[in-house]
Design a protein around this ligand. Structure first.
Ligand SMILES: *[C@@H]1O[C@H](CO)[C@@H](O)[C@H](O)[C@H]1NC(C)=O
Ligand SMILES: *[C@@H]1O[C@H](CO)[C@@H](O)[C@H](O)[C@H]1NC(C)=O
Length: 363
C-alpha cells in the first residue's frame, strides 16, 4: 500500500530476488524459523473470509491468476507479502488459513488474517462479517491450547512458541473502512487524527500483551502505507489524480506511534524482540521497475475490488497495484525482500530486519 513514485529498486535487488525466490536456492536448507503466526487484514488473508457473509472476499477470478491453484481468497494476482516472507525464511509450505486448516501442522503456523478487519471491532462491518484483531487473537488462543495438549504441557509449549514469528499487519481498515467514512462511522467526529491514532495504539498495545501471555516473543509490527495514494482513494476523492494528503498524514501518525510502541516494548517486555516495518520506506538509489504506480491492473468495481471474470492486464509485474486497493504480487515480493534483508533497504526495518529477528536468541 505504498505509492513510491521515484525511488525504485536497483538491479541488485532483482538478482537477490531471483536467488531467494527460486526454490532451488533454498533447497536442502532447514527453515530459518519453525513457525509463523499471522494477524492481519486483506493484505495477508489467504481464505479466511471465503465462507463469511461479506463483500470483502477475493476467491474469484481474476484474483489468483498467477497463483498455482488459482483464486484462493488472496487479494492479489499471485503471492501475498507474508507468502514471500515465508519463502525468504525457507519455510516449506504456505501458512494455512485458520478457517481451513485441514490436516496441516498448526505448530508450523496459522494465518488468522481477515479482509476488511481492523483493530477496532466495528471497522469494515459495513461490508459484512469480518474477523477483527481481537477475535483473531481469541482464535490463536484456541490454537495455543491445542499445542499445549500436543506438546504435553504449558512450559513445553511456551518453550516452543517463543521461537516463532508473530507477524502483525493491521490498521488500514480502521482508517479506510472506519475513520475515512464519516457517513457510516462517527469516529472522525469523536477524535482528531492524533487522538484516533492514540486510541488505536492503546488497543493494539493491549492486544500485543495478550499475545505475549500466549507465548509470543518475536514480533513483526507493520506500519501503514500511504492510504491517501491508493487508486481507489484518489478516484473517489477526485483530487485531480493527486494523493489525498490529509489521509496520508493521518496514517503516518499511526505508523509513528507504532514505531514508538516497538521501542517501548523492546525496553520493557521481558525477553522479547519487536521490530517495526516502515511500509513507505524503500531503497534510495534506484531505477524505476514499476512503470504503472497509480492505476489498477484489473477492471475495478466502485469498491475498488476487481470485477469478476474479466481478463486483467498482461504486464502485471509492471504494476504496483493489482486492484484499486491491493498491491500486485510483484510489489508484494519487493515489500517482502526489503523487510527481510536490511542490506537492500536499511531504513525499512527498525531496529533489525526480519532475517535478523529470525536468528535473534530469546531466553
Ligand atoms: C470486541 O470483540 C470481542 C470478541 O471478538 C469482545 O470480546 C470484545 O468485548 C469486543 N470489544 C468491544 C469494545 O466491543
Ligand atoms: C518511513 O520512511 C519514510 C521515508 O524514509 C519516512 O518519511 C517516514 O517518516 C518513516 N515512517 C516512520 C513511521 O518511521
Amino acid at each position: 500500500m505504498t505509492c513510491l513514485t521515484e525511488k525504485w529498486l536497483i538491479l541488485h535487488l532483482f538478482l537477490l530476488a531471483a536467488c531467494y525466490m527460486q526454490r532451488s536456492c533454498a533447497h536442502g536448507e532447514s527453515p530459518q524459523v519453525k513457525c509463523i503466526y499471522v494477524f492481519s487484514d486483506s493484505i495477508s488473508d489467504n481464505g479466511n473470509n471465503n465462507n463469511l457473509d461479506t463483500q470483502a472476499k477475493a476467491n474469484y477470478n481474476p484474483y489468483g491468476i498467477d497463483f498455482p491453484s488459482g483464486a484462493t481468497g488472496r487479494f492479489t494476482n499471485g503471492l501475498t507479502t507474508i507468502d514471500y516472507i515465508g519463502e525468504l525464511l525457507e519455510v516449506e509450505d504456505f501458512i494455512p488459513p485458520f478457517a481451513n486448516l485441514g490436516d496441516s501442522d498448526i505448530r508450523k503456523g496459522v494465518n488468522y488474517a481477515s479482509g476488511a478487519a481492523g483493530i477496532r471491532n466495528e471497522s469494515g462491518k459495513q461490508l459484512g462479517d469480518i474477523i477483527p484483531l481481537r477475535q483473531q487473537i481469541k482464535n490463536h488462543k484456541t490454537i495455543v491450547s491445542k499445542i499445549i495438549k500436543e506438546l504435553g504441557g504449558e512450559s513445553k509449549a511456551k518453550e516452543y512458541l517463543k521461537k516463532c514469528l508473530y507477524y502483525v499487519n493491521i490498521g488500514s481498515n480502521d482508517y479506510l473502512n472506519n475513520y475515512f467514512m464519516p457517513k457510516i462511522y462517527p469516529t472522525s467526529r469523536i477524535y482528531n487524527p492524533e487522538q484516533y491514532a492514540e486510541v488505536l495504539i492503546k488497543q493494539y498495545s493491549l492486544d500485543m500483551k495478550e499475545l505475549y501471555i500466549l507465548g509470543a516473543r518475536k514480533y513483526i509490527l507493520v506500519g501503514l502505507g500511504l492510504l491517501g495514494c491508493l487508486p481507489n482513494t484518489i478516484a473517489k476523492n477526485g483530487n485531480n489524480g493527486l494523493c489525498v494528503e490529509s489521509q496520508n498524514a493521518a496514517s503516518l501518525i499511526f505508523s509513528e506511534k507504532l514505531r514508538s510502541l516497538v521501542d517501548k516494548f523492546n525496553g520493557k517486555l521481558h525477553d522479547s524482540k519487536f521490530i517495526f516495518v516502515n511500509s513507505t520506506a524503500g531503497p534510495v538509489e534506484s531505477t524505476p521497475a514499476f512503470t504503472v504506480t497509480n492505476a489498477p491492473c484489473c477492471q475495478t468495481r466502485p469498491d475498488g475490488m476487481c470485477v469478476p471474470d474479466l481478463i486483467p492486464c498482461p504486464n502485471r509485474d509492471d504494476h504496483v497495484f493489482y486492484d484499486a486497493i491491493h498491491p500486485s504480487a510483484a510489489f508484494n515480493k519487493y515489500t517482502a525482500l526489503t523487510s527481510y534483508d536490511s542490506s537492500i533497504s536499511p531504513e525499512t526495518t527498525h531496529p533489525i530486519s526480519i532475517k535478523e529477528l529470525a536468528q535473534y536468541p530469546i531466553n
